[in-house]
Write a protein that binds this ligand. Structure first.
Ligand SMILES: [Zn+2]
Length: 849
């Protein structure tokens, strides 16, 4: 809400019609426009090339008829065909992605404007046999004229006319379904009030699976042609949704707030999932698992489903007011997902799982020069895509967990219930929530929020033994701000201390830059001090030299798997800081991974192997490590407990296969298309082996790829493989032409395909011949941010830089940034985030934290 004076001032100014939705335009509209209803009709032709035609009738109430009406519509010039206000044709301007209609066409109070248009294709994701909309954060206005901002919620009516042999799914259930003259017209039920980015439909040649769960009918739309794969996964997918809905109804005290619950498995979907009301979109491969799915994949799928389902309350029922608070919907989706998944996997240590799923990714950004705070300022919605990343998805849930601990689980839940009830079908800000929680807490949450939510980076926490008369009696803990701002991150932490007397966990509350923790049992002969052993506290936990050396040796003797995971994290940080050689860490994996009792921990160790081997280890040393590493991995393939662990060993083996023996072994497996004992292999496995063989340039690499392409019968997967194939070529001129083709936006429309091709172009084995991609690849980022979806800029950067390790590559990135002092700040941040590893390896890092 705005005080009255500000409202009057807002009414006096002409609306801002610069490109995008500026905060000024957004505020002007949200204070003067209300009660918005869209009646939309799209006519979707059978051929991908013909434009989609549409009409929209927008009903709204206006409190200020003295200013022109500004709608958002970023389709190309000439896409607005006719505009009527009431029943009268009116003049309009289509400028800067806005349709501007003179004030004279409207009155204060109720108005209707009707527009006939050609939809822009940008967010329609058109494929030969299907299409789907993806409008987050501000792309609805590329498809139809709208008030494209989250705080002008509206109800939607939708009618789709599609080829007769297609089907369609949207936010509401189907009300009318008619076939006339080879066309099918489907009319959908009116929605509850939702934001533009949540309005969605998909249409095409889809199969439908239907299931009843807890009295609710759910439909799954998909294009999977392998019926065994569908049958194997179907029940689990429906069950996981039902579990999530039931859990959320119970936790929030609010019944599922929308009319129906369907979801769609999209081949090569840009994200894991997108929470469109009543019609969630998922990446098909995330739902349909291979027979030998790993434990991590199963947990990942359960978390993804819980995440998208949680959005129905957190994000869809109550929505951020502006995209600067987009993190709020993501934090609760991930935070709730972690809670929801727990009961379905009773054998899992969920604190450990939460730690592994969040901390390393969050540190991966917070340790870089380009770190961003959780809450960021957003001047214009067109830049909303640059807000997303691990700080929102991984750090924010960590911080939320701290908050829950501070307030207490029950008060926290009650606060969230109040927040949802108060703002249902509306919008709210972070300060709105903090005010509710603050009333339930003794702590000053606003001050806490300024450090944890509004500042980038993390503290450094180091521990040192305190000696008295030859005995270790305690531990001195220091916290500091590596960015020199003198911030204090209040939190609880635990230091695992080993002396000759035994191992002890020492709790320490960080409320000043220096704290002391006392050992219950003082001992002589200091072994190590591992700060952050609790797996809850968040910092760069720095190891002293003795602790580093002892921990490298004693890793496997640490009993608690969370302590081992924290030790691994601290040792990895030491490697990144240049205090431990990559070879020492790789040797630790080789020594311990076969006997690691906890599958999540062994999964983490194996998950680090590829980047340590290819990137951090000096290339001259790869040969020395390869046979030992391959031998350990192969032993895991043959001997590890259970299919899931074997699959993890196998995937790691494929990614690092280096010696002729290993490459020959992969080749035989691929030639014969046979399963391994205790490990059924899927088309995906054979595809990744074929790609691994090609990038290693086996003699007939081109025949291998061609054969593999012919083996793939699913049209969507074959199209992807075909697209990626030339990026695997041994012919560097062909690879160059693939890279150059990405300069054209039309060749970047299938983002997951492009990213896969980019990773092969910049594979460590090809890095020397790929260095000339770096500068032009960086030059594309500004444009990519405009044309691509929200995760694409950082993922593009990661695939561009992730295979490189040379000083020349690092210098190129520095030069690119130095030449552009006025480069957009958030994009600069992304470049610095993606190049952190490269800077560290090549000695060009400027921040130790
Ligand atoms: Zn989400």
């Amino acid at each position: 809400m705005l005080p009255e004076l500000a409202m009057l001032a807002a009414c006096g100014d002409a609306p801002d019609t610069s490109p995008g939705v500026s905060r000024a335009l957004g505020d002007h509209r949200s204070t003067t426009i209300s009660d918005v209803r869209y009646a939309l009709a799209f006519d979707i032709p059978a051929t991908q090339e013909a434009r989609v035609r549409g009409t929209v009738s927008i009903h709204f109430a206006s409190s200020d008829a003295s200013q022109p009406l500004v709608l958002d519509f970023t389709a190309p010039e000439g896409s607005v065909l006719e505009v009527h206000a009431g029943n009268t044709p009116v003049a309009f301007e289509h400028v800067n992605g806005h349709v501007v209609i003179p004030a004279a066409a409207f009155t204060a109070g109720e108005n209707t404007v009707e527009i006939t248009f050609l939809a822009g294709d940008g967010a329609l994701n058109r494929n030969p046999a299907f299409l789907y909309t993806l409008f987050v954060p501000d792309r609805a206005s590329s498809a139809f004229p709208s008030f494209d901002q989250p705080n002008l919620k509206a109800v939607y009516q939708l009618r789709l006319t599609i080829p007769a042999d297609w089907t369609a799914v949207a936010n509401g259930s189907v009300r009318v379904d008619e076939r006339v003259d080879g066309r099918r017209t489907m009319t959908f039920a009116e929605t509850r009030p939702i934001s533009t980015y949540l309005f969605s439909f998909a249409a095409g040649d889809f199969q439908i699976e239907t299931a009843e769960r807890a009295g609710r009918t759910m439909n799954m739309y998909h294009r999977e042609t392998d019926s065994a794969r569908v049958a194997r996964n179907r029940d689990a997918i429906f069950d996981l949704h039902e579990t999530a809905v039931t859990w959320l109804e119970e936790y929030t005290g609010i019944p599922y707030p929308f009319e129906k619950f369907d979801f769609v498995a999209i081949p090569s979907f840009q994200y894991g999932g997108m929470e469109h009301v009543g019609a969630i979109l998922y990446r098909a491969a995330s739902l349909f698992h291979d027979e030998a799915a790993t434990q991590n994949q199963k947990l990942g799928r359960a978390s993804l489903i819980a995440h998208e389902t949680a959005h129905m309350w957190f994000g869809n029922l109550v929505t951020m007011d502006w995209f600067d608070d987009v993190w709020m919907k993501e934090v609760f989706a991930n935070f709730m997902a972690a809670k929801i998944v727990n009961p379905s996997f009773p054998e899992i240590n969920h604190d450990l799982r939460f730690y592994l799923a969040h901390y390393a990714s969050a540190y991966g950004i917070d340790r870089t020069e380009g770190a961003n705070p959780i809450r960021q300022v957003l001047e214009n919605q067109r830049e909303a895509g640059s807000l997303y990343g691990a700080i929102i998805y991984q750090k924010a849930p960590i911080v939320m967990r701290h908050l829950e601990r501070m307030i207490g689980e029950e008060s926290f839940r009650d606060g969230l219930r109040e927040y949802l009830m108060t703002h249902q079908y509306g919008n709210a800000t972070w300060p709105d929530l903090i005010a509710i929680l603050d009333a339930r807490s003794e702590r000053d949450l606003r001050t806490w929020s300024r450090v944890w939510v509004e500042a980038p980076g993390r503290p450094t926490i180091a521990a040192e033994p305190i000696e008295s008369e030859g005995r270790i009696t305690g531990i001195s803990v220091t916290q500091s701000d590596p960015r020199g701002r003198g911030l204090l991150w209040n939190q609880e932490t635990e230091i695992l201390v080993r002396t000759e007397g035994g191992t002890e966990s020492v709790p320490v509350t960080i409320e000043a830059d220096q704290q002391i923790g006392l050992l219950a049992t003082p001992g002589t002969a200091f072994g190590f001090a591992l700060p952050g052993a609790d797996g809850v506290s968040y910092a760069h936990f720095e190891l002293d030299e003795t602790s580093r050396e002892v921990l490298l040796d004693a890793f496997a003797t640490i009993d608690d798997p969370i302590h081992r995971a924290a030790a691994w994290s601290a040792l990895s940080e030491s490697m990144l800081a240049g205090d431990i050689a990559p070879a020492s860490l790789l040797a630790l994996v080789i020594r311990t991974v076969s006997d690691e009792p906890n599958e999540l921990v062994s999964g983490r160790l194996l998950g680090s192997v590829s980047s340590m081997f290819w990137r951090y280890l000096e290339p001259e040393r790869r040969a020395a490590f390869a046979s030992d590493l391959e031998a350990i991995l192969w032993r895991g393939v043959e001997e590890a407990d259970g299919m899931s662990r074997r699959a993890t060993f196998f995937n790691t083996y494929v990614s690092v296969a280096f010696t002729p023996v290993a490459i020959e072994r992969l080749r035989r497996i691929w030639e014969n298309e046979t399963d391994l004992p205790g490990l059924p292999l899927s088309e995906r496995n054979f595809t990744s082996i074929a790609q691994a063989l090609a990038v290693r340039e086996v003699l007939d690499w081109d025949r291998v790829l061609e054969t593999q392409r012919n083996r793939i019968s699913n049209p969507d997967r074959r199209a992807r493989f075909t697209f990626v194939m030339p990026a695997l070529s041994a012919d560097s001129a062909l690879r160059d032409s693939v890279f150059n083709s990405f300069a054209h936006p039309a060749n970047r429309t299938h983002e997951p395909w492009v990213l896969e091709a980019m990773r092969f172009l910049n594979h460590p084995l090809r890095a020397p011949s790929a260095e000339h991609y770096i500068y032009p690849g960086l030059e594309l980022v500004e444009e990519i941010q405009v044309t691509g979806d929200i995760f694409f800029p950082l993922r593009w950067l990661n695939s561009l830089l992730g295979g490189h390790r040379s000083k020349a590559a690092a210098v190129t990135v520095r030069r690119f940034l130095d030449e552009r002092p006025r480069y957009p700040a958030r994009l600069r941040g992304k470049v610095l985030q993606a190049s952190d590893g490269l800077f560290r390896i090549s000695g060009l890092a400027r921040l130790d934290g």
